[in-house]
Ligand binder design. Structure first.
Ligand code: ATP
Ligand code: MN
Length: 468
């Protein structure tokens, strides 16, 4: 019964009017969005959060007690029982003619979400209430549908879901960006003879961190179950305040055995297109809202992306394109440089006018585990870049040759004993394998058109901010 409102949303105006002829007595439970009094009638807009639209409840004075009506204010919770009738108003096909209204919880006048429009910045300060707004409610419904689509894509395509650890003692790449996990007393840290913190006394007997990626562990499962994916929280102590970085975000990391970069790119493209189509199909009402009020035309953009084959450029080709327009960048591109967000956007927005997969990056700017090309200078990495956002996916074929991997680690000063189990994968039954990571929030951001990543996760964690 409580989901009456979202059932109504799937019907056309004609179907609703037809329905209203059946004298249906029904109940709606929800929160009051607005209340408007006219002579003998009070109009109450009730929303239950299951979809964007609410239901207009019409209360006749006399039928509903005055003290109930006066207690009904924006934000109050109510249960309304009545008859579904055709509406005379232009804004809705049907409305509920109230027989009974129960005021479940009042909302005093200081309720922070009064009728006027609020900025997203303000809403971040009331993170515990912001899901009751149209925008954040729509984002979170879309986020939920996308999470389901992620699992559905992989489960339908023979991938097993693997949960990799969140606490890790393998000092993998990106150590600088890691959050340390410790039970040592920071005011009284045990020391070794040379004055350093003595981690042998710490909880795990060694230094531990929150994971920045489940990939290395994911590889161990791919080389056992063939195709796997992870979908879980990831932590990076990103010290910059950007609109696309969080300190805690959710990452999806598929890993495929007997797969090269070509297969990796195909899966990345079909996966993205699948989750986009699923969302357009299943969140039509919310997508219409984003397309009209958040980012004009975002739905058409996504439809276009679904239909268009992704473009391909090698890093070397990408740099050549960027150099042709170097005056338009703050950071001047050159072969060997990290591709900046402004470059990523230029490549997808201006050069390709579609998502583009850039491959074969210089080994210096990519991780040790990526497969070395025969040129000895570039690796089999790929990034998927999309208009407006830049990088959405980063992936690679992994180095499957034990000797080449060891040599790469030596060049970078990585100790073999720290990666003994990772090296074992190349020692015992090594196979070509590949995978990628998709930042879940970046995908939600992309499809909804939301500008700031902090508005597409319930409780954003970023430098200097961990309220709620
Ligand atoms: P970027 O260059 O955008 O900082 P990255 O190259 O550090 O990303 P990867 O290590 O390749 O990112 O991670 C894979 C994916 O995870 C990225 O393509 C992106 O979608 C997402 N991602 C990375 N860092 C963050 C973050 N701090 N917040 C949210 N998503 C992130
Ligand atoms: Mn990357």
């Amino acid at each position: 019964m409580s989901e009456l409102i979202s059932k109504l949303k799937t019907k056309t105006r004609e179907e609703l009017c037809e329905l209203a002829k059946n004298n249906i007595i029904t109940t709606v439970e929800g929160w009051v969005k607005t209340k408007r009094d006219s002579k003998n009638i009070t109009f109450i807009e009730v929303s239950d959060g299951t979809c964007l639209k609410g239901l207009q409840v019409v209360a006749e004075r006399g039928k509903i007690a005055d003290d109930v009506l006066s207690g009904i204010t924006t934000g109050a919770s109510v249960v309304c029982k009545g008859r579904l009738v055709e509406s005379e108003g232009a804004n809705q096909a049907v409305e509920l003619q109230a027989e009974e209204i129960e005021l479940v919880g009042e909302a005093p006048a200081d309720y922070p979400l009064q009728k006027k429009r609020h900025t997203l910045e303000y809403l971040r300060e009331i993170g515990h209430l912001r899901a009751r707004t149209n925008t954040i409610g729509a984002v979170m419904r879309v986020r939920s549908a996308m999470a389901y689509a992620v699992h559905k894509y992989f489960q339908d395509n023979g991938f097993y879901y693997v949960n990799t650890p969140l606490i890790t003692a393998s000092d993998a790449e990106g150590a600088g960006q890691m959050f340390q996990v410790t039970t040592l007393d920071l005011n009284n840290v045990p020391r070794t003879e040379d004055g350093k913190a003595d981690y042998s006394k710490d909880f795990f007997g060694k230094k531990a961190n929150l994971t920045v990626s489940g990939q290395l562990e994911g590889e161990t499962y791919a080389t056992a179950l063939k195709n796997i994916y992870t979908f879980g929280p990831t932590f990076r102590a990103e010290n910059s305040n950007t609109k696309r970085h969080l300190a805690e975000f959710w990452m999806i990391e598929p890993e495929m055995a007997f797969c090269t970069l070509e297969g990796d790119m195909k899966i990345a493209e079909s996966f993205l297109k699948y989750i986009f189509s699923y969302t357009l199909e299943n969140c039509a009402e919310d997508m219409e809202f984003f397309s009209s009020f958040i980012e004009k035309g975002v739905r058409e953009t996504i439809e276009h992306v679904i239909k268009t084959p992704f473009a391909h450029l090698t890093y070397t080709e990408a740099i050549a394109e960027l150099e042709k327009s170097k005056d338009s960048f703050d950071f001047k591109p050159y072969w060997g440089c990290d591709i900046q967000t402004e470059h990523e956007r230029f490549l997808s927005e201006e050069v390709c006018k579609s998502p583009v997969i850039v491959t074969d990056y210089p080994k210096e700017i990519k991780s040790f585990y990526m497969k070395m090309n025969d040129d000895g200078r570039t690796v089999r990495a790929m990034d998927v870049l999309v208009p407006r956002l830049g990088e959405i996916i980063g992936g690679s074929e992994r180095e499957a040759r034990l000797d080449v991997l060891k040599q790469r680690m030596a060049e970078l000063g990585l100790k073999e004993e720290d990666y003994w189990w990772y090296l074992d994968l190349r020692k015992y039954g090594t196979v070509p394998h590949a995978g990628f990571g998709l930042g879940f929030e970046r995908a939600v951001q992309y499809i909804t058109g939301m500008q700031n990543i902090r508005d597409v996760i319930p409780y954003p964690r970023a430098v200097g901010s961990a309220e709620f």
